[in-house]
Design a protein around this ligand. Structure first.
Ligand code: PAF
Length: 287
């Protein structure tokens, strides 16, 4: 059984605690979340605990990364349940601040996200990565961590944050941790809660499409266009027709052409009913 983490809702108190840890030479790792925690988040916390003495989880539904037509209002907020789930993990601090501490009245400063933010999610969700880059930088100001752990499920977000901290000289190591999936393969996401039973079955089209592309790639297929045709075919077989993108791109630039050194990644975003889902897989030789 682990000791219960300290839970703070004041950001100044959180900064004070983290500074003390750092002054005493302890390594601090940050897992930023928007709450509605699931096993994917918990696996990030466990990986954080394995590499740092002090793990901090932030829980904050960030308004600036939601578009006007998106689900900011209905995004699940369940702090008590989140704290119960975190009780099974080894972590030292949970910070769950109110929105007014992060966005004071008249707040008008934003981070212009790096180039890797432009395609795919960036094109489908204008302003999304500006909101993400801004809040992640703010969280790192509050919790000056040595490392920051993000899920690979939001692969483009990971690349955006990686380039943002490099460009802005933020001394933090950004790590992506493997996507956690349900036994049938569906990538865990807080938004899966919106899916009906039949929609959930259709949603399996995303992981099956990605696995098909992985298999074809490992069998030698290298033409992004043909891999993309397979992604779309399998999505169609699962009646997933509202596809925002289904692409095979360079794992670093997220563009075509693919530079062999960086490998490539298949990215998919599609709507199943009213729910927009994203998933991705790295395409690796000979797997
Ligand atoms: O991935 C998320 O949950 C959010 O985008 C993040 C990184 C916590 C920023 O609000």
């Amino acid at each position: 059984m682990h000791e219960k983490p300290l839970v703070l809702d004041r950001i100044d108190a959180a900064t004070q605690v983290v500074r003390q840890w750092k002054q005493s030479g302890r390594r601090v790792s940050l897992v930023p979340t928007m709450g509605a925690l699931h096993e994917g988040h918990l696996s990030l916390v466990r990986q954080s605990a394995a590499q740092a003495e002090c793990t901090v989880v932030t829980i904050f539904v960030n308004p600036t990364q939601f578009g006007p037509q998106e689900d900011y209002q209905k995004y699940p907020r369940q702090l008590e349940r989140d704290l119960e789930l975190l009780a099974s993990c080894d972590l030292q601090l949970v910070v769950a601040p109110s929105a007014d501490q992060l966005y004071r009245p008249g707040h008008s400063t934003f981070v212009e996200p790096p180039a890797v933010a432009r395609p795919w999610e960036g094109a489908c969700r204008p302003g999304h990565f500006r909101g993400v880059a801004t809040i992640v930088l703010k969280l790192l100001q509050i919790v000056p961590a040595d490392s920051l752990l993000l899920g690979q499920k939001d692969y483009q977000q990971y690349r955006v944050v990686q380039d943002m901290v490099a460009d802005l000289n933020v001394p933090v190591e950004v790590r992506a941790c493997p996507t956690v999936r349900d036994p049938d393969g569906l990538a865990l996401s807080s938004r899966n809660a919106y899916l009906s039973g039949t929609e959930r079955l259709r949603a399996l089209g995303l992981v099956r499409a990605l696995r098909t592309a992985c298999r074809e790639y490992s069998q030698g297929q290298r033409a992004p266009q043909l891999l993309e045709e397979s992604l779309r075919r399998v999505l169609g077989e699962h009646e997933v027709h509202q596809i925002d993108y289904a692409v095979v791109v360079d794992g670093h630039t997220l563009e075509v052409p693919i530079r062999a050194s960086d490998g490539c990644v298949a990215l998919v975003a599609a709507r199943v009913g009213q729910t927009r889902l994203i998933d991705n897989m790295r395409l690796v030789e000979g797997t």
